[in-house]
Design a protein around this ligand. Structure first.
Ligand SMILES: NC(=O)c1ccc[n+]([C@@H]2O[C@H](COP(=O)([O-])OP(=O)(O)OC[C@H]3O[C@@H](n4cnc5c(N)ncnc54)[C@H](OP(=O)(O)O)[C@@H]3O)[C@@H](O)[C@H]2O)c1
Length: 230
């Protein structure tokens, strides 16, 4: 049976690479990208090549009403959801320590509540054996850095507890939930080569999802299958 995979944050980075690799494995992919005047070029190119197994869904995960309405836009059975949206430092949304100016709300919406609402929407089309993987917004899930004034630390705490609770809620329904750290992907701070390629990160995430069971539901994983620590 061809699995159907719903992927958020599909416009670029790890999300786009997940779309590419799931398509290469023969999956059907529902790719969520942020609404805009045009579909991001690389995603549009994948769609042009795989229109028979792919659907593009424009959605801003910060919009609660749009995410709640997502359920009505999903008609196909969903086997796997990858919640991949995230905001990294320097994107303008999540400046360090921004607890007053609205940065926290945006960070929570993209990294924590958005993924929960997307999962709730997907659940209406997910059967027993379904899997939900949420990509962690920041590393080392086993401790919160209380000295780090980055709003993402708050988002990390929120998404970890939200997804663990979801895992517990969904176990009786036969749906497994994992938190996955993608590794350090992207340009190195010194402008040098990335420590980890997008392809290796996405491949590892897919393998983690392949191996996810109800017994391991609610756990943290690194992209390499190990415990999710930086
Ligand atoms: N790269 C790393 O080293 C690293 C480390 C730890 C954790 N992570 C996490 O891993 C995930 C993937 O990382 P990445 O490097 O591929 O991230 P990225 O290149 O920054 O991509 C983030 C994705 O999320 C989407 N997004 C952001 N806000 C959104 C919104 N409101 N509605 C819909 N989509 C939205 C972006 O869409 P647009 O193109 O429209 O902005 C983009 O597709 C993220 O969750 C990130 O936080 C990454």
């Amino acid at each position: 049976m061809t699995p159907t995979v719903l992927i958020t944050g599909a416009s670029r980075g790890v999300g786009l690479e997940l779309v590419r690799q799931y398509l290469a494995r023969g999956a059907r992919v529902l790719a969520i990208h942020r609404p805009g005047p045009t579909v991001p070029e690389a995603l549009a190119a994948l769609y042009a090549a795989h229109a028979d197994r792919m659907r593009l869904i424009a959605l801003d995960v910060r919009s609660t009403s749009a995410v709640v309405n997502l359920a009505a836009r999903l008609s196909e059975r969903i086997d796997i959801l990858v919640n991949n949206t995230g905001m990294l430092m320097g994107t303008g949304f999540a400046p360090a320590g921004n607890m007053i100016g609205g940065g926290l709300r945006a960070t929570l919406q993209v990294n924590a509540t958005g993924p929960l609402f997307v999962a709730q929407a997907a659940l209406s089309n997910m059967t027993r054996g379904g899997k939900i993987a949420t990509i962690l917004p920041i590393g080392d899930v086993r401790s919160l850095d209380l000295l780090d004034p980055d709003a993402r630390q708050a988002a990390k705490a929120a998404v970890v507890k939200v997804m663990q609770s979801l895992a517990s809620d969904l176990k009786p329904a036969g749906v497994a939930v994992a938190l996955v750290h993608p590794g350090a992907v992207g340009p190195a701070p010194d402008g040098g080569e990335a420590a980890l390629s997008l392809a290796d990160s996405a491949r590892g995430i897919i393998e983690v999802i392949d191996g996810l069971t109800l017994e391991t539901s609610g756990q943290f994983f690194g992209y390499d299958g190990g415990s999710a620590e930086d």
